[in-house]
Design a protein around this ligand. Structure first.
Ligand code: COA
Length: 326
């Protein structure tokens, strides 16, 4: 048993902030941001929520797959920025879409979240436990960003992407995923519900820095350019697939220079590494499904093409999966 991706969808907020807009908030410039990251602008929620974007992306993916909500028996929402803790975002999506037969849960693995949602759904489908899954990455990172910190606020954006997976009898590819919690301090965000560790004064100004994302940008950069090529080589070797068989490398969109460095280390042309970070910034677990949906809508994905999906980020967590477009 294996899985096929039979539909994709996405939702992008219409409100945008370009680099000049960021330069009005912190000491930076359009030139610096474009040169160091490849980002030109990002879309930011303006009335939308993580749940509402997940619903729209999920609805679109079902339509694109020609699958009814009632057929879905598994919904996984990957997010670190949900507006809902209870019930989980996936149950909210179930309610909104009318997916009355689905088992629902959220998954928290930051920028590797969509990859892990894909692997989790694939394992359930391959095991015969469920037959139709809706997996969604949805993030409102603008709510978790310190807009006074130029080291992070230039990078992130909001949005959602989704895919519908079905069990089928094609070849099953095994993923490679890893984590290194000991290096987790490179990218952190405290829970705003972590009241136990705060004294009364701290509770009063709980929106101080620790309650927004904090990042050692250089450490994350170095981690990514080393571990992502390793994971990609690892997944190819594990499945006996040659690198030249891969048509597309769909990487988490964190920084254009990271993607270029991975391409260089693998000895592959950038044409095989689609990039849309210039438009959206880093949308964490939404970045891979947004990219997948864009490519699908543009008709770039051809039957029989093999692709690698690779995620990396906070945790630290990273990994790669192989998929053959149906
Ligand atoms: N605008 C202008 N100047 C800035 C700046 C900004 N937004 N941020 C930092 N600088 C300055 C620094 O102060 C430093 O100045 P100095 O040389 O006078 O000391 C200089 O630019 C270089 O800073 P540095 O931190 O070395 O930049 P960098 O090339 O490492 O780029 C990041 C910073 C954040 C863009 C980069 O490290 C990065 O993208 N890392 C990965 C982050 C990531 O992907 N996170 C999510 C993972 S899922």
């Amino acid at each position: 048993m294996a899985v096929s991706i039979c539909g994709t969808g996405s939702y992008i907020p219409s409100y945008t902030i370009d680099n000049n807009g960021i330069a009005a908030l912190v000491d930076t410039s359009d030139g610096w941001i474009q040169e160091r990251t490849g980002i030109r602008r990002r879309h930011i929620v303006d009335g939308e929520t993580t749940v509402s974007m997940a619903c729209e992306a999920g609805r679109q993916a079902l339509t694109s797959a020609g699958v009814s909500a009632e057929e879905v028996d598994l919904i996984i929402v990957s997010t670190i920025s949900s507006n809902m803790i209870l019930p989980c975002a996936a149950c909210e999506v179930q309610k909104e879409l009318g997916a009355i037969h689905a088992t629902c849960f959220d998954l928290s693995a930051a920028c590797t979240g969509f990859l892990l949602a894909y692997n989790t759904a694939a394992a359930y489908l391959a095991g015969g436990i469920y037959s139709t899954a809706l997996i969604i990455g949805s993030e409102s990172l603008s709510n978790l960003t310190n807009w006074k910190d130029r080291g992070t606020c230039i990078l992130f954006g909001d949005g959602a992407g989704a895919a519908v997976l079905k069990a089928d009898d094609r070849r099953m590819y095994l993923p490679v995923t890893r984590a290194d919690g000991a290096k987790g301090s490179a990218l952190t965000l405290k829970s705003r519900h972590d009241w136990n560790v705060l004294d009364v004064k701290e509770k009063r100004d709980y929106d101080s820095d620790g309650y927004f994302m904090q990042m050692d940008g250089k450490a994350v950069f170095q981690f990514a350019i080393k571990r992502v090529p390793e994971a990609i080589r690892g997944v190819l070797e594990k499945n006996g697939v040659r690198q030249e068989e891969i048509a597309w490398f769909l990487l988490h969109q964190a920084n254009r220079r990271i993607i270029e460095s991975v391409a260089k280390r693998l000895g592959e042309p950038m044409e095989k590494f689609p990039v849309n970070i210039q438009e959206y910034g880093n949308t964490s677990s939404a970045s891979i499904p947004i990219l997948l949906d864009e490519m699908n809508k543009k008709g770039l994905l051809k039957s029989g093409q093999k692709m690698v999906l690779a995620g990396f980020g906070a945790g630290l967590i990273w990994g790669a999966a192989l998929y053959e477009w149906i």
